[in-house]
Write a protein that binds this ligand. Sequence first.
Ligand code: GAR
Length: 201
Amino acid sequence: MEGTAPKTHRIAVLTGGRGRGSNLRAIHRHFESLGFPATVALVIGDREQTPVRELCQELKLPFVYVPSKDMQSYEAEVIRLVKEQRIELIALAGFLKLLSADFLLRIQVPVLNIHPSLLPKYGGAKMYGMRVHEAVFASGDKESGATVHEVSPVYDAGRIVLQRKVDISDCKSCEEIAGKVLKIEHQIYAEAILQYLKAKQ
Ligand code: GAR
């Protein structure tokens, strides 16, 4: 209809103790510059003081602290906030705890995660962050990459949404691999989110 502004899609980012906020920043930047009506409307962190909270202040994004020591009350509060804030998609970035089948059923919005490897390789419990890159480096693989997948109640086992490879044959350390993979993460997470939001329109 003429004169009607398009609805702005509302995204929530869930982060945990190991979150640095780099994917949050990349997602925020992508939607700020894209001209597509979507915004990070809520960031939920399970630590009171984190670099992500400081980043939210810098980017003027609403940060809500929800402790996750008791996962049942964490999940209940996330569901409440998502409904209250009319969130349409949840993106996990550095949130490493398992979400329950009950939560995934009740939340009623897509829940995505980013993982720093070419899943199903180097996935599963205890495989996160630098541990993944150390394993890839030790294996001598010539390529790595990042994967965006739907969250399931089993670690890194949900449907793969988007995956991109990167050549690591010249990498001399796991830190070098991590740097290359992180660049890929920052490209594909926002792309995957966009796919979901466009499919909703
Ligand atoms: C990212 O590298 C992400 O791939 C990883 O945590 C980091 C969070 O960084 N997640 C996992 O390893 C999940 N198994 P960020 O806070 O800078 O986005």
